[in-house]
Design a protein around this ligand. Structure first.
Ligand SMILES: [Zn+2]
Length: 107
């Protein structure tokens, strides 16, 4: 039985810093053996057009997949203009604030 690994146990390459934290904060966290957090790549995609946004976010071992996704959503909503509705749908900056989605996309 294989378990897909959705997190990174190894340290990330220094050339690819997480977008949501400063390099200084990241290196401090990685140096601190008592800090359970580590960067993990999380992808959020737009339920309207399928646009994907993949970034590294700080998560900890005991966070569930949903909790990790919530971290990513919070960042995108606060910094990138994304919108996440209570139903769990995510919308990229282009499709955020579509006011109840009255204009349904024709697939
Ligand atoms: Zn979109």
């Amino acid at each position: 039985m294989t378990t897909p690994s959705d997190h990174t146990d190894r340290r990330p390459p220094m050339t690819d810093q997480p977008a949501s934290i400063s390099p200084e904060a990241l290196s401090a966290i990685l140096r601190d053996p008592d800090d359970p957090r580590y960067p993990s790549q999380i992808t959020v995609f737009c339920d309207h057009c399928g646009h994907e946004d993949t970034r590294d976010y700080l998560v900890s071992e005991d966070m569930t997949r949903q909790e990790r996704l919530a971290v990513a959503r919070q960042y995108l909503v606060a910094n990138e203009g994304w919108e996440c509705d209570p139903d769990g749908d995510d919308f990229c900056p282009v499709h955020a604030s579509t006011d109840g989605l009255e204009q349904r996309p024709t697939a």
